[in-house]
Ligand binder design. Structure first.
Ligand SMILES: Cc1ncc(COP(=O)(O)O)c(C=O)c1O
Length: 443
């Protein structure tokens, strides 16, 4: 295996994609010791299908801050989805793969002036605001932009709330809309973000109700809104579902926005990528310690393992959001005695601590531990501390889904590495698997 094929290409596998087989395949190379991700493209496609079935009225704009790996961006673009970008650099990443600017929402309410100018230059004209000074900046830099007022509406249960952004829909929205109107700006709709990994689906219903209020206020100010943006916040790990979220959203839309001419978009990040990515880390060092149990006085053997990705790399959520990821072992140790074990990340800082206490068999140097559900806010949060490199990504897709995607722009044939698919197999099975109709296939 050549690691040059990582990051750039998607490997087409016959049958179903299998994370564990892919990990074994990569780690079977003797010299392979760097941490790496497996990205299961089938998982992203499945998420898209599920979204379409559950919420056909809501058109996702993928939040690229969550994971901007080129394979993710191309898959999302090839499915015909839109993008939520928060900076000029994110805008350029999306435009660089050939996405039309009309498919982007610049969803940041406090933007550096040069980024607004850049959006104007690149014709990304849909953007959010939540304060008066932002309106003056936009008036100066991009007076023809289409604006979306972001309100604050927090879920009761979410991992991170949107404390930083959004205006109060009941006490502040009207004043802001009046200022925008006096400046001659074009405000077209409302947005919100209930918080990351929202476990309170009713929050969406409440937020949609608050948006109705803002739509009504806007019409008294002289605006005729046509856009509702229900933000991100949907869970995306392999144990969660968005069915309850969809029920709350659909009932909010039916009740407060029955007019089908209102365009409804969303900004999911985590939902699309979390379960698609798994991270393998290598144990490069280990220590055995023997301490006296303070209660019994008996010796306790503990193992300390040092792996090559940590809280300054892919696992920063361990300290920033207290999200503890529990690893699995790639190699099986059936029926072995287990010991209290600690797992440390690779940097020189002792806050780089992944697992404080876990029962594990005695592992060997070179063994691999695997963290699943690692697609969201991992690669995009890696720091350069101690100069560790960004883990590479080995992407896989089943033959069936390759047939679905490979002819959709921005993909070209050479984006895929096909070991076992002949042209004749491809052609014969092409007819039996079709994209849902809403998908836009260019070219
Ligand atoms: C404005 C906005 N939209 C969308 C998202 C994506 O959120 P999530 O990954 O929870 O779907 C975020 C995340 O911070 C955000 O701030």
């Amino acid at each position: 295996m050549n690691t040059n094929s990582f990051d750039k290409y998607i490997h087409v596998v016959s049958g179903q994609t299998d994370l564990w087989k892919a990990m074994e395949h990569v780690t079977s190379v003797e010299s392979q010791e760097n941490p790496f991700y497996v990205c299961n493209v089938d998982d992203i496609i499945q998420k898209y299908m599920t979204w379409n079935t559950l919420m056909p009225r809501v058109k996702p704009h993928y939040a690229i801050k969550c994971n901007d790996h080129p394979v993710v961006l191309k898959v999302i673009a090839s499915l015909g989805l839109g993008f939520d970008c928060a900076t000029k650099m994110e805008i350029d990443k999306v435009l660089s793969i050939g996405v039309d600017p009309s498919r982007i929402i610049y969803a940041h309410t406090t933007k550096p002036p040069s980024h607004i100018q850049h959006a104007a230059k690149r014709k990304v004209d849909l953007m959010t605001f939540d304060n008066e000074l932002e309106l003056y900046k936009i008036k100066e830099m991009f007076p023809n932009a289409r604006l979306v007022i972001r309100i604050r509406f927090d879920a009761k249960a979410a991992v991170c709330l949107g404390l930083k952004f959004g205006c109060n829909p009941y006490t502040e929205a009207q004043g802001l809309l009046e200022i925008a109107r006096n400046l001659g700006l074009n405000v077209v709709g409302v947005s919100f973000h209930v918080g990351w990994a929202c476990q309170d689906p009713t929050a969406f219903y409440g937020a949609i109700k608050a948006c109705r209020h803002v739509f009504d206020v806007a019409s008294t100010v002289g605006y005729d809104f046509n856009l509702l943006d229900i933000g991100g916040g949907y869970p995306g790990d392999s144990n969660s579902s968005i069915e309850e979220h969809a029920k709350a959203i659909n009932s909010g839309l039916d009740e407060f926005f029955p007019d089908q001419s209102i365009r409804v978009i969303s900004e999911p990040g985590t939902y699309f990528v979390d379960s698609a990515f798994s991270l393998a880390c290598n144990i490069h060092s280990a220590k055995k310690t023997i301490e006296e149990d303070p209660n019994t006085g008996k010796p306790i053997t503990q193992y300390l393992y040092y792996v090559n990705d940590g809280v300054y790399g892919s696992l920063s959520m361990t300290i920033s959001a207290n999200v503890i990821k529990v690893p699995k072992l790639l190699k099986k140790y059936p029926n072995e005695k287990t010991y209290p074990s600690v797992i440390w990340g690779p940097t020189c800082d002792s806050t780089d601590h992944l697992i404080k206490d876990m029962l594990l068999p005695e592992l060997k140097l070179g063994d691999w531990i695997v963290f699943t559900d690692m697609g969201a806010y991992t690669l995009t949060l890696v720091t350069p501390f101690n100069s560790f490199e960004l883990p590479m990504v080995y992407s896989i897709i089943s033959k069936r889904n390759w047939l679905l995607l490979h002819k959709n722009l921005p993909f070209v044939e050479k984006d895929f590495i096909i070991d076992d698919i002949t042209e004749s197999t491809a052609k014969s099975s092409e007819k039996c698997y079709k994209l849902p109709e809403s998908v836009c296939v260019k070219g």
